[in-house]
Design a protein around this ligand. Structure first.
Ligand code: CMP
Length: 149
């Protein structure tokens, strides 16, 4: 394994707006490595498990309804300081405050429809990844020269 890992979801609003390719490109251009990827439609239990940390907040039920409203793309990315690097690429949760050049800074102006989710810590990653992938689906592979990126 080269670096750390994070769990990324390309959410229903991004699919609806046909932004998946653009978003994946940003991660690839940064030099992060896709080591797992699938399209999945969550059920309510999975969504509540994923967002358990937000249970009790006023937006919790809307958040669950939204994430199960259409298929999403789940990915595991790997790279140096991956968790922080991906969060930097996403920008602030509130699109109106996200810096230009970040994904949300360029494509979102709200706080509910944030286009992408990414783990905010190693602990969140461990919790989240098990909802989407088993160990066989996460590929530990090397491509010659990849460390030059
Ligand atoms: P995400 O990164 O998936 O993690 C939690 C999600 O909750 C967030 O993106 C938003 O979609 C949503 N969210 C966060 N804050 C608010 C808020 N104040 N009102 C509505 N939705 C929110």
């Amino acid at each position: 394994m080269t670096g750390s890992r994070t769990l990324v979801l390309i959410k229903p609003d991004a699919l609806k707006r046909r932004l998946s390719g653009e978003i994946i490109s940003r991660f690839e251009h940064k030099g992060l490595k896709i080591i797992a990827m699938k399209m999945v439609k969550l059920n309510k239990d999975q969504a509540e498990k994923h967002y358990a940390v937000h249970k009790g907040k006023p937006f919790f039920s809307d958040l669950v309804s939204y994430i199960i409203s259409s298929p999403i793309i789940a990915m595991v990315l790997e790279g140096r300081e991956c968790i922080q690097v991906v969060r930097n690429l996403l920008g602030a949760t509130d699109g109106s405050k996200a810096a230009p050049g970040t994904i949300r800074g360029d494509y979102s102006n709200g706080i509910q429809y944030t286009l992408v989710h990414a783990s905010d810590s190693e602990e969140s990653y461990q919790h989240e990844v098990s909802i989407y992938f088993n160990n066989q689906e996460i590929l530990d592979y090397q491509i010659e020269g990849e460390n030059l990126i």
